[in-house]
Write a protein that binds this ligand. Structure first.
Ligand SMILES: [Zn+2]
Length: 138
């Protein structure tokens, strides 16, 4: 089934689902904020319905991301993003929950996570938008 056919026309405007692709849960945001090595930089290569494709910039690969809201008002082909393949897309305007397909799998654990300490983000969940917001970004 084409990914765009998964769009639920009856999806509630006040969605309260915390599954991947819906509202970002503060615990998930907090956990992944503490794992800064897990992101991959990418660029949006297509947007079709609620699905977008991201091609990675530093590795040969791509991933498909589904989100329950249309993101075409803030992202376009060529937009820079970051993907945490387990469940997050950083649009530059917050971290949104996504359901991913394809991709390269989780970024391997670093041998010394302490070297990433300065990259660890403090985050909050914006209950109004369902996004994770980094509150300590330089
Ligand atoms: Zn939803």
């Amino acid at each position: 089934m084409p990914a765009a056919d998964r769009v639920d026309a009856d999806h509630p405007a006040n969605c309260g689902t915390y599954g991947n692709g819906h509202v970002a849960h503060y615990i998930g945001i907090r956990i992944l904020g503490g794992r800064p090595w897990g992101w991959r930089d990418g660029v949006v290569t297509s947007i079709r319905g609620l699905d977008l494709q991201v091609r990675y910039l530093q590795e040969d690969g791509a991933v498909s991301c589904w989100h329950h809201r249309d993101l075409s008002n803030e992202l376009a082909v060529g937009s820079p993003v970051r993907v945490f393949e387990s469940s997050l897309l950083d649009t530059g305007n917050g971290w949104i929950s996504v359901r991913t397909e394809g991709g390269l799998g989780a970024v391997p654990e670093p041998t010394d996570p302490d070297l990433w300490a300065s990259e660890v983000n403090t985050t909050i969940a914006d209950l109004n938008t369902g996004r994770g917001i980094v509150v300590d970004e330089a």
